[in-house]
Design a binder for this molecule. Structure first.
Ligand code: CUA
Length: 177
């Protein structure tokens, strides 16, 4: 089959069909609506976290997490400190190659300010089995307000690819009654 030009050489210079124009307008308006509605998801649906974010030096953040762990450590699991902060307290979690450190213990029904940042590369904070996901960057400190509603053991997994040990990068949160 030979490639031949279309019969009507100026095929693109046709007036737009009404139906096509209609769909373009609908898609455009829907896009605008969804864009502005992003704000509303912070108030309804409960699935969007409104986070505070601050600039921080990664080394300074690492020191804050270590001081926090030293102050409130109550035990140890597999060489990782288990840290129990009092209710309402700031809780610090550090992402680094390749772990979420330390293990934290929270009380059900109490509110905490959970701080997240990375010491090195980009990591992900994915809280299992709930569906909370935060992208974590070195140099940025995220603060999320969290009130656990159910006791149990929660896992943190890194859901941003961060190199050869990515699949082993996990952490733990224990929620007690
Ligand atoms: Cu950290 Cu993937």
């Amino acid at each position: 089959m030979a490639i031949t030009p279309p019969e009507q050489r100026i095929w693109w210079n046709e007036p737009i069909h009404q139906v096509e124009l209609g769909w373009i307008v609908i898609a455009f308006l829907w896009g605008l609506f969804m864009f502005f509605f992003m704000i509303a998801w912070h108030f309804i649906g409960e699935q969007n976290l409104s986070t505070e974010t601050y600039r921080i030096n990664p080394t300074a953040y690492e020191e804050k997490v270590e001081a926090f762990a030293d102050k409130y450590q109550v035990g140890e699991e597999d060489g990782v400190p288990v840290v129990r902060a009092p209710a309402g307290e700031d809780v610090y979690l550090l992402a680094r190659l390749w772990e979420w450190w330390p293990i934290i213990e929270l009380k059900k029904g109490q509110s905490y300010r959970i701080h997240l940042s990375s010491a090195d590369w980009q990591h992900g904070f994915s809280l299992q089995p709930t569906n909370i996901n935060v992208q974590v960057h070195p140099g940025y400190e995220h603060v999320i307000n969290l009130t656990p509603t159910e006791a149990g053991d929660y896992g943190i997994i890194c859901n941003e690819y961060c190199g050869i040990g990515h699949h082993t990068m996990t952490g733990r949160i224990h929620v007690t009654e």
